[in-house]
Design a protein around this ligand. Structure first.
Ligand code: 5GP
Length: 190
């Protein structure tokens, strides 16, 4: 997605540890116009599937999931991180290792909101080592729902995430695929 690539080049900052900071338009301040274009692009790329829910993880996935779900006219479900206050609620749980925080965390989704009747599109802002996606896929497997595919805004293709997710046989659509980040510059797979 050219518009997104241009914005990453203009406003993205490369931080140590292969982290791309996109706080000015995606992760802290949100450029809603760009986000709506992102949602429209996912709708174009997943037209063939009968999607009933868009699943993501809090917090940075929520905005992306929302602009996507509005196009499919379906709800967003976001996995919550950490401990639940409502101990009675029946939950799917899966553990992931955080790329940015360098620590494990648990993702939880209420069993009320994903069932075996659902066809789920998973979306997230970034794909790095694939840990967050692996946990979301695991939750879908626990729910025995169908997975329509995976939509990623920014994929760091030099990290092993895509390879891990492809092993599940899922379609992955990434709107910007970064081949390398060097001397503060971002290079894309075209
Ligand atoms: P993974 O689980 O694939 O290793 O990492 C994906 C998650 O880590 C995403 O949900 C995202 O929030 C965060 N993340 C990974 N790499 C980056 C990055 O370069 N920049 C930002 N802002 N977040 C990242």
């Amino acid at each position: 997605m050219k518009l997104l690539q241009e914005r990453i080049i203009k406003d993205g900052t490369v931080l140590p540890g292969n982290i791309l900071k996109v706080d000015s338009f995606l992760n802290h301040q949100i450029d809603v116009k760009l986000l709506i274009e992102i949602g429209n692009e996912f709708k174009k790329r997943f037209t063939e599937k009968r999607i009933t829910k868009v699943l993501t993880v809090e917090s940075s996935g929520i905005a992306v999931a929302t602009v996507t779900a509005i196009n499919f006219k379906v709800p967003v479900v976001f996995a919550k991180k950490g401990h639940s206050h409502n101990q009675d609620e029946k939950l799917y749980e899966s553990e992931a290792y955080s790329f940015t925080k360098k620590q494990p965390y648990v993702m939880k989704v209420s069993k009320k909101y994903i069932t075996s009747m659902d066809t789920v599109l998973i979306v997230d802002d970034f794909l790095a080592n694939g840990e967050a996606l692996k946990a979301l896929i695991d939750i879908c497997h626990q729910a025995k729902c169908k997975i329509a595919g995976v939509g990623i805004v920014i994929e760091k293709s030099f990290q092993p995430g895509r390879e891990k997710i492809e092993k599940f046989g899922l379609k992955i659509e990434s709107l910007a695929r970064i081949s390398k980040m060097k001397n503060g510059k971002v290079f894309f797979i075209v």
